[in-house]
Design a protein around this ligand. Structure first.
Ligand code: SF4
Length: 217
């Protein structure tokens, strides 16, 4: 783990940054189970509220606590981990600048997982993973068209729909749909379908939600 100065910057904290309110579902320390950073421990900050309602969504983003950034910071700092993932819900519905300033001043590396419907200001984050949902919402525009990682849940949609979008991203992942309610056989069929598509389209990489197999968040 890279060194992280948790005290640095505290004296420079802006009171309005510390008071900024966020709707938080949960904050927890776990290993990223999917995509480029799979296997690397992170602190996950899960925000409430989403502007989409995907039928497979496994997050109860309607149940959250409203917390000031100073409390979010205190929760994050309980964990010995210098990497943060903002997830949701849709994190970009929030003004992340105040929280990002507080965390950056303490040496944290900030990533986001977003549905891409809201443009991300330059310099706000260190890693941008867009997971578009236009296989379900073809009329919802993807505004964040550049980033580090494009991660698409594969449910049989034509990959050509990403031809333009993927140009803005360095890493391209297809991820099978994992349904907590489905049988092992049905989830296995979904994995097999995605694996077959990646074999035929090797410019995409397979991403598996390994944390689901482990039974952790
Ligand atoms: S965009 Fe993500 S958080 Fe929002 S409903 Fe879809 S899967 Fe859930």
């Amino acid at each position: 783990m890279e060194p992280c100065d948790r005290s640095g910057g505290a004296s420079l904290d802006n009171p309005s940054d510390l008071a900024q309110l966020y709707n938080i579902v949960e904050i927890f320390h776990s290993v990223q189970g999917e995509g480029f950073h799979s296997g690397i421990p992170h602190v996950f900050v899960r925000f409430g509220v989403c502007n989409l309602r995907c039928e497979w969504c496994d997050t109860n983003f309607d149940e959250y606590t409203t917390m000031p950034a100073i409390d979010v910071l205190a929760e994050v700092m309980k964990h010995k981990c210098s990497r943060i993932i903002f997830t949701g819900g849709e994190p970009m519905l929030n003004d992340l600048w105040p929280l990002a300033r507080l965390l950056k001043a303490r040496g944290y590396t900030l990533s986001v997982e977003t549905n891409g419907t809201i443009a991300i200001p330059d310099g706000l984050l260190d890693w941008i993973c867009v997971s578009p949902k236009d296989q379900m919402y073809p009329k919802v525009a993807i505004k964040q068209r550049e980033g580090d990682e494009l991660k698409c849940v594969y449910v049989g949609q034509p990959l050509a729909m990403y031809d333009d979008l993927r140009k803005g991203f360095e890493h391209h992942y297809l991820q099978p749909l994992y349904d907590d309610e489905a049988t092992v056989q049905d989830n296995g069929a979904s994995f097999a379908l995605t694996e077959a598509v990646v074999k035929d389209n090797p410019s995409w990489r397979l991403s598996l939600q390994t944390h689901k197999w482990m039974g952790v968040d």
